[in-house]
Design a protein around this ligand. Structure first.
Ligand SMILES: Cc1cc2nc3c(=O)[nH]c(=O)nc-3n(C[C@H](O)[C@H](O)[C@H](O)COP(=O)(O)OP(=O)(O)OC[C@H]3O[C@@H](n4cnc5c(N)ncnc54)[C@H](O)[C@@H]3O)c2cc1C
Length: 497
């Protein structure tokens, strides 16, 4: 399939096969999950996103499928159980996107939680998966902990526990969910923004701007789902009220901090993670109120200083500095508004609302719980549409067919090849350089910025997308200005990827 034919087919179906049963606005993990579930149940589904699929929060997370150990401490047992069951479900339906990972949680005398409390906490955590966790948790003495993590601060170390969650690739989870939705009949269009809605005779009329062509078109649908994450309170007639919280991550070479598994470190009451990712380590995150435009979220020097200070406090001999940063990203948690406490205190529960007939808001939640959120949303829509309830199959049916799993899609960065780029452009809706570099391949995060790498990818994209040399240069300039200006994307001739 040519790059443009995939886009043209979706565009034509969105405008001619109407009214759709359902138009999903937002191609993050929640919108993708809703579109897949609804299409699998036989509804006629369309999905649009104003930017690239997964370009919002769903490519900017900590990449964990987790119950959330810290929510146990806050007494949110139901939430932890729900997410713990879901992490196992995703592992079952998409094993290529759920790599079980041990987390070593060191404990110090006179600091934070006592070791006995942690030992009970992780045993309870093991039990909340609706069966068995990926592996049983266990405790370690101080000497055993030091043997696993020689660079860890030794003074007053009491010991540690190890529990299990899973590492995923957040953007890839979105893309693979969309590939499945498309196979089940959904029409998917990125770079298409909902700008206006109205309702007449039981039908929604949605005006959409196609930013690729500059054109406008109208999609008619019996129901609309607002799955726009941090933007969810900006659409009409949304009833969502959000409190946005910013979180950033830094990527460094694993040789600088050679951890054998993930490590949990603490900063006051907060937990931060050191996450091994192939030859890299991901460090994060922060949790601070954010009031700007969601599309402007960025890594600030204060965020970097906070994360480096926390890591250096636990690994003092490593002395991480800004120069060690290979890449970074910033994202926004779309938390359901609650003015009390710090963002870390706010529950990660989700909310499904229908402020007007046929309009559905779905907000909050986590990457890990997207499938359950989607199931509950589609159940409610089917009831409202009066469609006889087909059973949800998303917990049982594999996300992809065996032949759809390629070497270009997984948790690790993809092989750097022309074939991979052609696949992203012709099969996975990539329209711009950043779509390939950031969300399809992960090369942006795994490699120090190098003009040669970027020019090579642009040259591979130019042919299937029909870019002139001027357009190719403009793509490179836009990508470099937007994505490589901030922390960790410094120019380097020695490409370390
Ligand atoms: C720092 C951080 C760490 C996290 N870590 C984890 C973790 O480890 N595990 C976990 O389970 N969860 C984690 N989360 C939470 C998780 O990432 C989010 O809950 C989830 O990604 C939200 O997905 P979404 O689909 O609701 O929103 P998004 O991914 O933001 O998608 C919304 C989409 O709507 C589109 N849109 C907006 N307005 C319009 C419009 N008018 N027309 C068309 N499209 C529009 C946007 O372009 C965007 O792509 C983390 C979040 C953050 C910020």
């Amino acid at each position: 399939m040519e790059a443009n034919s995939q886009r043209q087919a979706a565009l034509s179906r969105l405008t001619t096969e109407t009214p759709l049963d359902l138009l999903v606005v937002g191609g993050g993990i929640v919108g993708a999950g809703v579109a897949r579930d609804a299409a699998m149940r036989g509804l006629r589904v369309g999905l649009i996103d104003q930017q690239d699929f997964a370009a919002g929060t769903s490519s900017r997370s900590s990449r964990l499928l987790h119950g959330g150990l810290r929510y146990l401490e806050q007494g949110h047992v139901g939430l932890v159980r729900e997410a713990s069951v879901e992490k196992k479900v995703i592992h079952q339906i998409a094993p290529h996107l759920a790599e079980p990972l041990g987390f070593i949680f060191p404990c110090y005398r006179g600091e934070g939680r006592p070791l006995w409390q942690l030992r009970i906490g992780v045993k309870l955590y093991d039990l909340l998966c609706g069966g068995r966790n990926f592996a049983p948790s266990r405790g370690f003495t101080a000497a055993e902990t030091r043997a696993m993590l020689p660079a860890l601060r030794a003074a007053r170390l009491a010991g540690s526990v190890r529990y299990y969650d899973a590492l995923t690739n957040d953007a890839r989870l979105v893309l693979d969910t969309l590939r499945s939705a498309e196979r089940h009949g959904a029409a998917l269009l990125n770079y298409a923004r909902l700008v206006e809605t109205s309702r007449k005779a039981g039908e929604w009329s949605c005006v959409v701007v196609d930013s690729a062509s500059g054109g406008r078109f109208t999609v008619r649908a019996r129901a609309v789902v607002n799955a726009t994450g941090p933007w969810a309170d900006r659409l009409q007639p949304s009833a969502v009220r959000l409190r946005l919280s910013k979180g950033i991550h830094l990527v460094i070479d694993r040789a600088r901090l050679p951890v054998p598994s993930a490590v949990v470190i603490t900063e006051g009451k907060r937990l931060l993670f050191v996450l091994p990712w192939d030859e890299r380590v991901i460090l994060g995150t922060t949790d601070t109120d954010y009031t700007g435009a969601p599309e402007d979220v960025a890594v600030e020097p204060a965020d970097v200083a906070y994360v480096l200070r926390a890591v250096n406090d636990f690994f003092p001999s490593v002395r991480l500095a800004e120069d060690d940063i290979v890449s970074s990203w910033a994202g926004l948690r779309p938390l359901i508004a609650n003015p009390d406490g710090t963002p870390s205190d706010i529950s990660r529960e989700h909310e499904i609302k229908s402020p007007e007939p046929g309009w559905w808001d779905i907000a909050g939640g986590k990457l890990t719980t997207y499938r359950l959120m989607s199931e509950q949303t589609v159940d409610a829509i089917m009831r409202q549409l009066g469609v006889s309830a087909a059973d949800c199959r998303t917990a049982a049916e594999p996300l992809l067919l065996a032949e759809e799993i390629t070497p270009f899609s997984g948790i690790e960065p993809a092989p750097f090849t022309r074939e991979a780029v052609l696949h992203y452009v012709t099969r996975e809706w990539a329209l711009h350089l950043g779509d390939v570099m950031l969300r399809r391949s992960g090369w942006h995060y795994a490699r120090r910025y190098s003009p040669e790498t970027v020019a090579q990818v642009a040259a591979w994209m130019a042919c299937p997308l029909g870019w002139t040399s001027k357009e190719t240069e403009a793509e490179i300039a836009a990508y470099t200005a937007r994505e490589c200006a901030g922390t960790g994307a410094r120019e380097s001739t020695a490409n370390s990827g």
